[in-house]
Ligand binder design. Structure first.
Ligand code: SF4
Length: 402
């Protein structure tokens, strides 16, 4: 469905029609399989040069326990993930803290790194060499050469567009003091990733002050980038949730119906082939108290839940725990869907294509995947621990990135 049709359709009564069309489109292209990525969340640093009005992740040097996680701390988290059956090491960090804080600059300099991006590259390489996990990094806006160097040690990468409207960067807006959130900077990084053929995750953050038109236009910008480069592997529809002690603590929450409408619109704008994701742990409550409300996202056209961890919390939304894995699977199956674990990079980017990944990472992925490109050795969710159980004699640690 084209954007102008959607923009000219009033919200509310027509939602049911959108939802039905979105669901049919999803069923046609994705069938009844819905995926998730078993991951560990590695908060490499919580320092950040920017200030977004809704952020609970960033800390000043005086508040943070440490400036950066050490290589040993990174490996400890990654190994715990490997034992629990995860395949993704999600690296999250604040934007270039060394540009604001001498403490971050000194920490990096003492260890021979000129920037947080150089340090990130080194720990991604370490995880590849020492564990069976695949790095997926979200380090913010990047230059072309930084993207190229990170591509060598990541299976895929991500940067949320959040919103393509410059209005949110104006005085009083949530991005007034966050230059990296200017849409020009973010679209430029997304475009560079396309030119470099990096499988990329992006998405919108719904409810931070944008209008319905701006939300739809943001989705359309993502669609245009993907039409040109083919590298957007998934689009996240994430809802803002007000957090205490932030400038937007009293801002209104996105309601469930609004999320469902946005997901359906995203499916219609992005088409049936796109992988569409919404985080289950952030789903707004349903009006009738029906629980879990995230299962309704299936009606609106998602085919993926994003990363879910049996080991680490969601450090960006610490008050929103991941669903319990057994109840999660039971709920998904009760709606007639099959839940499958996936790698951080989707099968279409490595199974029958050599255009996107370096040979080492691609070879390891193919070694560990089944004929459809899903992890071979993850057989299900552990009954007692909630961890992802591995097959006996699994060779997950096999394979090489050299
Ligand atoms: S750029 Fe990211 S880490 Fe930094 S303040 Fe904004 S949301 Fe927080």
């Amino acid at each position: 469905m084209d954007l102008s049709t959607l923009l000219n359709t009033p919200a509310g009564p027509d939602f049911r029609e959108w939802s039905l069309r979105a669901r049919h489109l999803t069923d046609r292209f994705k069938g009844r399989t819905v995926t998730f990525s078993p991951k560990v969340f590695i908060p490499l640093t919580r320092l950040c040069r920017d200030f977004c009005s809704y952020c609970t992740y960033r800390l000043d040097p005086g508040q943070a326990e440490q400036i950066f996680l050490s290589p040993d701390e990174v490996l400890k988290i990654a190994r715990a993930g490997q034992r629990a059956g995860c395949s993704e090491a999600l690296f999250v960090l604040g934007e270039r803290p060394e540009q604001r804080y001498p403490e971050a600059r000194d920490w990096l300099k003492r260890r021979g790194f000129g920037s947080s991006i150089e340090y990130l590259r080194s720990v991604c390489q370490l995880v590849l060499l020492e564990t069976a996990l695949f790095p997926h990094s979200n380090p913010g806006t990047l230059t072309r050469s930084e993207l190229a160097s990170l591509k060598e040690v990541n299976a895929s990468m991500g940067l949320m567009l959040e919103c393509a409207s410059t209005r949110l960067c104006a005085p009083g807006g949530p991005h007034e003091f966050a230059p990296s959130k200017h849409p020009r900077a973010r679209l430029q990084t997304l475009q560079r990733a396309g030119e470099l053929k990096i499988p990329f995750t992006t998405g919108i953050l719904a409810g931070i002050g944008e209008t319905r038109r701006e939300r739809l236009e943001s989705l359309q910008r993502i669609r245009q980038l993907h039409d040109r480069y083919g590298h957007i592997q998934e689009v996240i529809i994430q809802n803002f949730r007000p957090q205490p002690e932030t400038a937007m603590a009293s801002a209104p929450e996105v309601l469930l119906e609004e999320m469902l409408e946005t997901i359906a619109a995203a499916r219609l704008v992005l088409g049936g082939e796109m992988n569409l994701q919404a985080p289950p742990n952030l789903a707004p409550a349903s009006k009738n108290g029906q629980s879990p409300s995230y299962l309704r996202y299936l009606e609106a056209g998602i085919n993926d839940w994003g990363g879910i961890s049996p080991v680490t919390i969601d450090h960006v939304n610490p008050g929103s725990p991941w669903p319990h894995l057994h109840r999660f699977r039971a709920g998904v199956e009760s709606r007639g869907y099959r839940l499958r674990a996936r790698f951080p990079v989707y099968p279409e980017y490595f199974l029958n294509s050599s255009n996107y990944l370096n040979n080492g990472i691609r070879g390891r992925l193919r070694h560990l995947s089944d004929a459809e490109g899903y992890p071979r050795s993850v057989v299900g969710l552990g009954k007692r621990t909630g961890a992802f159980e591995l097959e006996k004699g699994s060779s997950r640690a096999a394979g090489s990135v050299q």
